[in-house]
Design a protein around this ligand. Sequence first.
Ligand SMILES: NC(=O)c1ccc[n+]([C@@H]2O[C@H](COP(=O)([O-])OP(=O)(O)OC[C@H]3O[C@@H](n4cnc5c(N)ncnc54)[C@H](O)[C@@H]3O)[C@@H](O)[C@H]2O)c1
Length: 404
Amino acid sequence: MKVFVLGGDGFCGWPTSLHLSNLGHDITIIDNLSRRNIDNELEAGSLTPIQPMGKRLAAWKQTTGHTITYERLDIATNYHRLLTLIQDERPDAIIHFAEQRAAPYSMKSSAHKRYTVNNNLNATHNTLAAIVEANTNTHLIHLGTMGVYGYGTAGMKIPEGYLPIEVTTDQGTKVQQEILYPPNPGSIYHLTKTQDQLFFAYYAKNDRLRITDLHQGIVWGTNTPDTLKDERLINRFDYDGDYGTVLNRFLMQAAVDYPLTVHGTGGQTRAFIHIRDTVRCLQLALENPPDNGERVKILNQMTETHRVRDLAQIVSDITGATIEHTPNPRKEDAENELHVKNDLFLDLGLEPTTLQQGLLEEVTTIAKKYAQRADLDKIPCTSTWTREQQAGTPHTAKKTPETA
Ligand SMILES: NC(=O)c1ccc[n+]([C@@H]2O[C@H](COP(=O)([O-])OP(=O)(O)OC[C@H]3O[C@@H](n4cnc5c(N)ncnc54)[C@H](O)[C@@H]3O)[C@@H](O)[C@H]2O)c1
């Protein structure tokens, strides 16, 4: 298949591009390198020495014989270039990773909030409008987040996108329906993903576009079999307070003898997936598109849930690292339960890579190998969610009925 990978220079997009290229798909990466520019802004960088795009692609060609093409393009602002590419190439599928993806970054200031909203909403909407204007039957696969659901339920498992409801009409008849699960975003970044869902619902209904939305958990790990083929293919590894995700941060902190920074009580439960499973899920989504006229196909792309303090304990048990509790910069419940359905990917054949499978050591080995590149000053999370926190009076998490 001819596949565009929007955001193909990023943490998830790069290994996905390699995986699909290795399977024989014709891959074009579209990326404006904004993530690399944000590294410059934050004066932080990938722990692993990621190569410039030209070197990455040359190494891939040299190692495997496969060609991946690349277009440097801002899809949020350069609609006409995106449209022309879709008109000329008529891709079978577009995989859309190209959004500002860090919740802490999105909360840094009003400028960061506005950038995240403008970038993410325009990136998604331009892609949808361009597929319609180009009049192709392109399958759009988008990376959403488990965070659209919020982090708590009325005690049932979070379903895959749709909530069955029953309403009573004025005549007293009971009517059953399925609606989009009520969004409950916890940051401006998550807010953009909840808005993306409405764009998708509208375009699937109005224009009969084929759309898959993957509600992904927190991705951990760094290597896939493809990125291991040559050091120049190495994937990025974020450990800083804005872009580093919790488990990779803990593993890196352990590798450089930095106490594991648990926010608040560490009672937050989150969903996780290994990067190797991310690329397999993208393959499965590509191979199993919805039909035209079908509602948006929503799948929960996660394999397990863990409490943050339990993760810290697992990493501490393996590595001997100490644990330090720091004030939680987010506005969220101190403790939450999270039970999630992920039957759709399991039914398609996903065999989950779990924390237990030795890959924790692999990540620690990578982190140790490149430890001299780490800037320890970048580890603390300095972004805060509320004006009170910015003024130095920490927000005290309110207990909700389900966590009380
Ligand atoms: N990493 C995770 O743990 C995680 C978890 C859940 C969901 N996701 C979602 O998966 C997607 C990819 O995440 P990631 O970790 O690879 O992020 P990333 O920041 O590493 O990659 C995103 C890529 O998109 C590019 N990009 C951003 N805006 C663009 C624009 N306007 N035009 C062209 N390119 C643009 C960036 O330069 C970057 O290379 C995101 O949408 C994110 O929300 C990621």
